[in-house]
Write a protein that binds this ligand. Structure first.
Ligand code: ADP
Ligand code: MG
Length: 462
């Protein structure tokens, strides 16, 4: 590549942007993801950034690109685009030296490897003391998952491997995983348990790659008795991590170690992972946590009120259990808010105070957005016929708005991909998935388009 046609690079701008990013995302995210980015040059209004691996590029693109772009724009109005490429020679963790003014000096020469960071005790995330089996309220929707978790925690021999827990947000997956870890810690303290989020797994893996220390990374995991990874949907589609996870997983299963995983969907619905991994994930016991019932919500409120030492009238609990149906986290949040308020102002909790205090929360739940409504608003916005949302026409002028509507249906309703497909003229769920991906991609690459989608989202949410 010739470097002569680069505009002179003002590293001061990039330094200021990095300082901002550090403030916004925090020290550790900054160190892992922002610091290694090298400013390669600015050409024809395009800022060219480089990172050492493809994986990092994908990560930065999905998590930080929007913000980086916005900050560049505010620093330098001449900037039109920001691109991120993989430069194999890019130093892994060393940003370009400050004060450099000419791109001719790039790329930055590789600096000596930093000492590898040893893996150790910090590998497992800390456990929430409230998340125990005793504190888990069992009802019809979660009794199977509860029983399976309990079995894994109490068994001396492995009966199913992996245990795969799945269910929507806030239904108790993390709670059950912590409960397993607590129980094992108590019953068999010599057993080595690692509990971590898939995000952390990925982060550790990338750090190991960067420090060229993947051997000890692997050894750490392969030395455990029980490996628990939370929210594995997070790894799906991230090829390098997925591959590494698969190997670790296989090695552990082969050695007869227990694996527990959680995700927001079942293995068969994890579209982005390969068949091998999918069938491996489903080869043990797959247990789902169903949405809560009124009875379960009421029992959870009873238990929670008691643990808070709060006197909550039955009427109020019933009211909450009727109104807040989305997930347990919100339910708990509502109750905590009521209790905190009554303690602060020294008043009793009544139905009236509940209604006033939780107004915003309740309103959000009162209104259920329908797919029909989404289709109508999107059709209006793009000036196409409503019937084209379900027609077979493939012309871009109707196909794109249709994809936007599918995307919004996925984002703003709790409908499944097949359900959405049916509402759009009986399309296949893979078509919906493709639409969602396509729109995400366009939003990333095209600011104007992203704003359009954002606008529609806000209109529909109000
Ligand atoms: P997930 O990991 O599935 O998103 P969490 O395990 O984080 O959900 O649960 C969200 C909150 O709801 C936590 O505070 C958890 O303790 C609580 N919770 C969920 N299900 C139950 C239950 N059956 N009994 C008691 N608390 C629950
Ligand atoms: Mg969770």
């Amino acid at each position: 590549m010739t470097r002569g046609d680069y505009a002179a690079v003002d590293h001061g701008e990039w330094d200021r942007i990095k300082t901002r990013l550090k403030k916004e995302f925090g020290e550790s995210a900054f160190k892992s993801w922002v610091k290694p980015i090298v400013l390669d040059g600015i050409r024809n209004g395009e800022v060219e950034l480089a990172v050492p691996t493809r994986f990092m590029r994908d990560w930065v693109l999905t998590h930080y690109a929007d913000r980086i772009r916005a900050l560049w724009l505010s620093e330098n109005p001449a900037v039109k685009r920001v691109s991120i490429k993989v430069a194999s020679g890019a130093p892994a963790a060393v940003p370009a030296a400050p004060g450099r003014t000419s791109a001719a000096q790039l790329p930055t020469p590789p600096t000596p490897q930093r000492a590898p960071v040893p893996f150790g005790s910090d590998l497992s995330a800390s456990l929430d003391p409230r998340y125990t089996f005793t504190n888990f309220i069992v009802g019809k929707p979660n009794e199977f998952a509860y029983a399976a978790a309990k079995r894994v925690a109490e068994a001396d021999e492995i009966s199913f491997n992996p245990l795969f827990l799945y269910g929507g947000v806030g239904l108790g997956k993390t709670h059950l995983m912590h409960a397993i870890a607590w129980e094992i810690r108590q019953r068999a303290p010599q057993r080595r348990v690692i509990y971590m989020s898939a995000e952390k797994f990925m982060y550790s893996f990338v750090r190991a790659l960067r420090n060229q220390d993947t051997v000890s990374f692997k050894e750490q995991f392969r030395a455990v008795d029980v490996l628990m990874i939370d929210d594995v949907q997070f790894i799906a589609g991230k090829d390098a991590t997925q591959e590494e996870f698969f190997h670790t997983f296989n090695a552990l299963v082969d050695q007869g170690r227990q694996i527990v995983l959680s995700a927001d969907k079942s293995p068969s619905n994890m579209e982005e992972i390969g068949d091998r991994l999918r069938s491996r994930l489903a080869s043990g016991l797959v247990a789902d946590l169903h949405p809560t019932t009124f009875e379960l919500r009421l029992s959870i409120l009873d238990a929670k009120a008691e643990s808070l030492g709060a006197d909550v009238p039955v009427k109020v609990k019933e009211f909450l259990a009727h109104k807040i149906t989305s997930n347990v986290r919100e339910l708990e949040g509502a109750l905590t808010r009521l209790c905190a308020h009554s303690q602060l102002v020294g008043s009793e909790i009544t139905l009236e105070t509940a209604q006033t205090l939780l107004q915003d929360l309740l309103r959000a739940h009162d209104r259920k957005l329908t797919m029909e409504e989404i289709q109508r608003r999107v059709a209006e916005h793009y000036k196409i016929r409503l019937s084209d949302m379900s027609s077979a026409r493939r012309a871009r002028v109707v196909a794109r708005p249709r994809q936007v509507a599918m995307y919004l249906a996925k984002q703003l309703t709790s409908r499944s991909l097949p359900e959405i497909g049916r509402a759009f003229g009986g399309r296949d769920h893979t078509t919906v998935m493709h639409a969602v991906r396509k729109i995400e991609e366009l939003c990333r690459d095209d600011v104007a388009f992203a704003e359009d989608v954002e606008l529609l989202t806000r209109m529909l949410e109000n």
